[in-house]
Design a protein around this ligand. Structure first.
Ligand code: ATP
Length: 239
């Protein structure tokens, strides 16, 4: 069996007549952290939404754990083991933190396992445990990001996709999120990360892909991309 958990071939996605993803191919190896970087509008979010089944490709193939995903409905994709923590978090502010977490387990029936995973989320993010009965809307931005990640983990995914987890966070919160990604990886979760903060993301990535106007223009290990002159100029703010 191939080591790739996710394999994308020549994927194209359009909004009406506007093609946002123009024939990209990439893969995510089992047990690794893979990052997509790129400027605003490059097509990163569109790619993740397509992998989750929220958008349909116009052509190309998505193979996840040996199965074709490109025509599978979104809820079945979650059941197959692919979870998505979306950009902007989308937590439910009036529901409690614990209720938000439980929503992430909506397809599961194993009560004991669910309880165990709620506790695991509280171990990973103690602040969520301390405030479990409070409305999620009272959490800070960084804490809401933790809740979104905790909720995505409640489906026990084989692949966790994180869209801009550090957006709007203080440096300390961002470090916490990045440390959590490393912790999840050591626990065996495969991660596909989309990040504006290229330095932080590439530092912890096994492989990265650079997207520009709907195409992949460069790939390499995290270290190779961090040392690449064009990446340093365009994404790491160097002259
Ligand atoms: P960002 O980091 O700003 O979120 P991105 O790389 O995630 O950028 P996308 O959000 O995937 O980029 O957008 C890719 C392109 O598709 C952009 O040109 C964007 O304007 C366009 N686009 C995104 N969503 C829609 C939509 N619902 N309708 C029409 N065009 C869209």
């Amino acid at each position: 069996m191939s080591t790739a958990l996710l394999e994308i071939q020549d994927l194209r996605v359009a909004y009406g007549k506007i093609e946002a993803v123009k024939g990209i191919s990439f893969s995510v190896a089992r047990g690794e952290v893979t990052t997509l970087i790129g400027t605003n509008g490059a097509g990163k979010t569109t790619t993740l939404r397509t992998l989750s089944g929220l958008l349909r490709p116009t052509s190309g193939s998505i193979t996840f754990d040996g199965e074709r995903l490109d025509t599978v409905p979104a809820h079945k994709i979650v059941a197959l083991g692919l979870a998505h923590s979306p950009e902007g978090r989308h937590i439910f502010p009036r529901m409690t933190i614990e209720e938000n977490l439980l929503l992430g387990a909506f397809l599961r029936k194993d009560q004991a396992g669910i309880t165990e995973d709620v506790e695991r989320a509280y171990t990973l993010f103690p602040i969520l445990g301390e405030r479990r009965k409070q409305a999620a809307g009272t959490l800070s931005g960084g804490e809401q990001q933790m809740l979104a990640m905790g909720r995505a983990l409640m489906s026990r995914p084989k692949l966790l996709m994180l869209d801009e987890p550090s957006m709007g966070l203080s440096p300390i919160m961002m470090q916490k999120i990045m440390a959590t990604i490393i912790e999840l990886k050591s626990g065996g979760t495969t991660i596909l990360l989309v990040e504006q903060n290229a330095q932080a993301a590439l530092s912890l990535s096994d492989r990265g892909y650079v997207m520009q106007t709907g195409q992949i223009v460069l790939t390499g290990t995290g270290a190779e991309l961090l040392n690449d002159e064009s990446v340093r100029k365009s994404y790491l703010g160097e002259d």
